[in-house]
Write a protein that binds this ligand. Structure first.
Ligand code: THU
Length: 136
């Protein structure tokens, strides 16, 4: 549906909008939706560091706030510029992704050199804690 170039360009808009006065490490995320549209999210930091919201969660919380749900989301694209290699989501985001996206949904990670790594949500977090673990 979207080429890698298009995914990169959309993620780059979110990357550029990141609010990162503390780490100076920008991350942009894009959710590709079944209807062909998309939603972006950026990492938003805070002077109280622990309150930082990662780009992946910004995008997912925006999607859910608009009334979208996991079956509406085909893929998450994540763009960052790490010292080396390609950035993959932090543990907290993996947990949130595992609840708010389908386990077979696609995860595409890109860096500014346009190197790409693709996997599924299940690959990111194979033994996730889920709502199924909770008592009634
Ligand atoms: N960060 C993300 O937004 N997503 C990731 O996948 C990794 C980390 C953010 C959090 C913080 O603003 C900055 O990157 C440095 O940790």
């Amino acid at each position: 549906m979207y080429s890698i170039e298009e995914k990169y360009n959309l993620a780059k808009l979110a990357y550029d909008n990141a609010y990162v006065p503390y780490s100076n490490f920008r991350v942009g995320a894009v959710l590709i939706l079944k209807d062909g549209s998309y939603i972006t999210g950026s990492n938003i930091e805070n002077a109280s560091y622990g309150l930082t919201n990662c780009a992946e969660r910004s995008a997912l919380f925006t999607a859910y706030s608009k009334g979208l749900r996991k079956d509406d989301i085909l893929e998450i694209v994540i763009l960052a510029n790490p010292v080396k290699g390609i950035t993959s989501p932090c543990g907290a985001c993996r947990q949130v992704i595992s609840e708010l996206m389908n386990m077979d949904a696609k995860v595409t990670m890109i860096n500014l050199k346009k190197e790409v790594f693709e996997c599924t949500v299940k690959d990111l977090i194979p033994f996730a804690f889920t709502s199924g673990d909770l008592h009634e």
